[in-house]
Design a protein around this ligand. Structure first.
Ligand code: SAM
Length: 218
């Protein structure tokens, strides 16, 4: 699938449920300071898709200090939290895109920028009629492929059984990635990535076991 033909709307929540008013002007100004659109050909990046409250971005920024993390999410409350963390911890290697990850791909066509693409708890869209809203599809894995460095990885974590099944189908039908942790998919995600995101905690509280997929570019 070619990026030009790929249509992906970003569904879901932009703001949290609380009545706390968000100062959009202040938000835009704050986000602007950390935002990114064009990537630098000489740098190595980690793409954190659906960064939520930013836990994974902060985690990867400290684990991979030489890489720059691109945190992508339209979720305002989450982005506010991430920017607070960046400022509080003086983190210098996180940039933000407050919107759809597709914008980043469209603005930086087909260069091998990413050593890692992280997708922690993509929205599961559990109803069959909403499956087509899911981010991870055969087409999406094909579109990401040229942007990933040789032997680079995509790591996906989900606690949805039906999404897992569909991800496995996508891996086998694209034939572009090697499922490198197939034998250890049910091992606690934290054995690989010692980070607890909001949706990781939700899964554990509800007794659901997150599954980890590590796909290595062939
Ligand atoms: C279920 S939440 C998970 C958040 C976080 N990763 C976690 O584990 O707590 C999924 C997030 O993905 C974001 N998202 C969905 N599609 C996206 C896209 N195309 N580009 C960027 N973010 C996206 C949503 O806005 C939402 O905040």
């Amino acid at each position: 699938m070619h990026l030009n033909n790929y249509k992906n709307r970003l569904y879901g929540r932009t703001k949290g449920r609380s009545n706390k008013k968000i100062d959009i002007e202040n938000y835009s100004e704050l986000i602007q300071k950390f935002s990114v659109s064009k990537l630098d050909n000489n740098k190595s990046y980690i793409l954190d898709i659906g960064s939520g409250y930013g836990e994974t971005s902060v985690f990867f920024a400290s684990l991979y200090k030489k890489d720059t993390i691109i945190a992508c999410d339209k979720y305002i409350n989450g982005n506010f939290n991430l920017v607070n963390q960046i400022q509080k911890k003086n983190i210098t290697n996180i940039r933000l895109h407050s919107g759809n990850v597709i914008d980043i791909l469209e603005n930086n066509k087909k260069k091998k920028f990413f050593s890692l693409v992280s997708i922690f708890f993509p929205d599961p869209w559990p109803k069959k009629k909403h499956y087509k809203r899911r981010l991870i599809s055969k087409s999406f894995l094909e579109i990401l492929h040229p942007f990933i460095k040789n032997k680079g990885r995509i790591c996906i974590v989900t606690d949805s059984i039906s999404y897992s099944r569909s991800i496995i189908n996508c891996i086998y039908s694209t034939k572009l990635y090697y499922w490198s942790n197939q034998k250890t998919q049910y091992i606690d995600v934290k054995n690989y990535y010692n980070v607890e995101t909001k949706y990781y905690k939700k899964a554990i509280i509800s007794g659901r076991k997150p599954i980890l997929f590590i796909l290595t570019k062939i």
